[in-house]
Design a protein around this ligand. Structure first.
Ligand SMILES: [Zn+2]
Ligand SMILES: [Zn+2]
Length: 252
C-alpha cells in the first residue's frame, strides 16, 4: 500500500491511497483542472480512480468532487448527512455511514465518526490485508471511537491545524477562534500530538501532519510539538503542504 497527498490546508484537501489495482481518492477540494494536474504529478490519471470518499461537506473537501465524479464516472462514498449538505447533488452517490466497513477492490475502508462542525462528518481507516493507514483531519477532539479505530496503524495522516497561541493572538474574529479551537473545530498541534501518543502505534512507519493553517500555524511549530510529545526524530515527521502536497509514501 502507498499513499500521497495532492494538497492539504484550508484552501483544498485531497489524499490518494493505492493498493494493487485500486486507487481511492479521499476528498477533492480543488477545481477539476488543478486536480488533474496534481494527480499527474503523482503519475495517476483520473480514469484510474475507483472511488472518491468524502469526509464532510466543507468546500475545502468537496469543491471538485461533483465534476470529477461526473466527468469520469467515479462513484462517491459519503454519509447521508454529508450528501444532504452538498450544494450540488451527486448522481453516483453511495451512502457509507459512520461505523460501516466497505470492500473497495484491494482495500477495506472503515468509516469513523468525528466531532466537527458539519453534518455527520467521518474519517477513514484503510486496510489491505497487511497494513493499516489512517487519515484523520477536521476533528475538534479525540473521542473514544477515534482512539478505538485508529489503533495498530502502520501510517497516519493527522491534522495539526493550529498553534494554540497563534490562534489566540491571530487575526480571526472571536467567534471564529472559538469555532476553530472548540470541540467541533480542529485539532491544535498539542492535541494532535497527544492523540498520536495515546494511540500507541508501535509500528508506525509514516506520520504526516496535515491541514496546517497558513494563518495560525507554522510547520516548524507543529514538528517541534510532535518531537517534544512523542520523542521522535524531527526528520522522520512529514508535513503535507497546501501547494506541493506530499509525494508517494510506501508502507512496506
Ligand atoms: Zn477542512
Ligand atoms: Zn471541515
Amino acid at each position: 500500500m502507498r499513499f500521497a497527498v495532492l494538497g492539504s490546508g484550508s484552501r483544498g484537501n485531497s489524499t490518494l491511497v493505492h493498493s494493487h489495482n485500486t486507487y481511492i481518492l479521499i476528498d477533492c477540494g480543488f477545481p477539476l483542472r488543478e486536480t488533474i494536474r496534481r494527480l499527474a504529478r503523482l503519475g495517476v490519471e483520473p480514469s484510474q480512480l475507483d472511488a472518491i470518499l468524502v469526509t464532510h461537506e466543507h468546500s475545502d473537501h468537496v469543491h471538485g468532487v461533483e465534476l470529477l465524479s461526473r466527468r469520469y464516472g467515479i462513484p462517491v462514498y459519503l454519509s447521508e448527512g454529508t450528501r444532504r449538505g452538498l450544494r450540488k447533488p451527486i448522481d453516483a452517490a453511495c451512502i457509507l455511514s459512520a461505523g460501516d466497513t466497505l470492500e473497495l477492490g484491494a482495500l477495506e475502508v472503515k468509516s469513523v465518526a468525528v466531532p466537527h462542525d458539519a453534518n455527520d462528518p467521518t474519517q477513514f481507516v484503510f486496510f489491505n490485508g497487511k497494513r493499516r493507514l489512517g487519515v484523520l483531519t477536521d476533528l475538534g477532539e479525540a473521542t473514544l471511537g477515534v482512539l478505538e479505530c485508529y489503533r495498530d496503524l502502520d501510517a497516519l495522516v493527522i491534522e495539526a491545524n493550529h498553534d494554540r497561541r497563534m490562534l489566540d493572538a491571530g487575526p480571526y474574529p472571536y467567534f471564529l477562534k472559538a469555532r476553530v479551537g472548540g470541540s467541533h473545530g480542529h485539532l491544535n498541534n498539542q492535541q494532535a500530538a497527544a492523540l498520536v501518543a495515546r494511540l500507541e502505534c508501535d509500528a508506525l512507519q509514516h506520520l504526516v501532519l496535515a491541514h496546517l493553517s497558513e494563518k495560525n500555524n507554522r510547520p516548524h511549530l507543529a514538528r517541534q510539538t510532535f518531537v517534544d510529545t512523542l520523542g521522535c526524530d524531527a526528520d522522520w515527521l512529514q508535513v503535507a503542504d497546501q501547494h506541493e502536497g506530499l509525494e508517494w509514501q510506501l508502507i512496506a
